[in-house]
Design a protein around this ligand. Structure first.
Ligand SMILES: NC(=O)c1ccc[n+]([C@@H]2O[C@H](COP(=O)([O-])OP(=O)(O)OC[C@H]3O[C@@H](n4cnc5c(N)ncnc54)[C@H](O)[C@@H]3O)[C@@H](O)[C@H]2O)c1
Length: 244
């Protein structure tokens, strides 16, 4: 609606899917607050502000999202920051396991709770979109912490949908397959890996950040009022089939 003040917070804003999400929201007239452990893109318009923050600093994260953030008429939180290990379970240290869960799961809880309470305090509605993964539904070799953390993100998505529906706050998730970003860049230099991924997907092309952003924009659209607690797969059919 014209004249509406649209605001969004995006974690993992400095790269890949998070950065593409910020660009799309800015194009649509949102004020965007990007959070990332690295500095943001200085060339972004004035409607973009950036907080350099490690999201495992939970007190600061809760302060930025729950106190400093000024809600508008339309409010969105995209929990996108993420990390993964590549390590067999036998060798995975407790510290690394906990570290991945802190980044991928606990930060989602902290940011989402702070966001929801801020909106309730301001008597406004909103939406959360969590960037999960096909690894939220399937096991993968050498990614025990990542797979665990992303399964938990789907649980959090449903819980926030349940507990905050009465406050007109929706929570949904996207589950990307392989999307070319700095996180996955090395896959694209490994012919065997590319071959395995291609055989797993039903769609011949590889996914792009734009494919994921379209799903995030659908789930977060203020008129998607009947969609909450759900997950949209953006994986070229990877999770819908198995190679025989
Ligand atoms: N690329 C894929 O194929 C793919 C597939 C499924 C899910 N995902 C998920 O999408 C999300 C974004 O991934 P991407 O591919 O854009 O990766 P990316 O590495 O390009 O971007 C991740 C961003 O998160 C930030 N980040 C990581 N840890 C942080 C921390 N502790 N504090 C603050 N910022 C931190 C990084 O600095 C980076 O800017 C992640 O949650 C990832 O698990 C990606």
């Amino acid at each position: 609606m014209a004249g509406e003040d649209k605001t969004a917070i995006v974690t993992g804003a400095a790269s890949g899917i998070g950065s593409a999400t910020c660009a799309s929201l800015l194009e649509s007239g949102y004020r965007v607050l990007g959070i990332d452990r690295t500095e943001g893109d200085m060339s972004l318009p004035a409607a973009y502000s950036h907080v350099a923050l490690d999201i495992t600093d939970f007190d600061r994260l809760a302060g930025v999202v729950g106190v400093d953030f000024t809600p508008g008429d339309v409010n969105l939180l995209v929990n996108c920051a993420g990390q993964r290990e590549i390590c067999h379970t036998r060798k995975l240290s407790h510290t690394e396991f906990r570290g991945i869960l802190n980044v991928n799961t606990t930060s989602v809880f902290v940011a989402s709770q702070a966001f929801c309470e801020r909106l309730i305090g301001a008597s406004v509605a909103g939406a959360i979109v969590n960037v999960a993964s096909v690894a939220a539904f399937l096991g993968e070799p050498n990614r025990t912490a990542y797979v665990t953390s992303k399964h938990a993100v789907i649980g959090l998505t449903k819980q926030f949908a349940v507990d905050y529906a009465q406050f007109a706050i929706r929570a949904n998730a996207v589950a990307p397959g392989v999307i070319r970003t700095p996180l996955t860049e090395q896959y694209f230099t490994d012919d065997d890996q590319m071959d395995r991924i291609r055989r797993g997907q039903l769609v011949a092309d590889f996914g792009t950040t734009a494919d994921v952003v379209r799903a995030i924009r659908f789930l977060s659209a203020p008129d998607a009022t009947f969609v909450t607690g759900s997950t949209v797969f953006v994986d070229g059919g990877w999770s819908a089939s198995k190679v025989l």
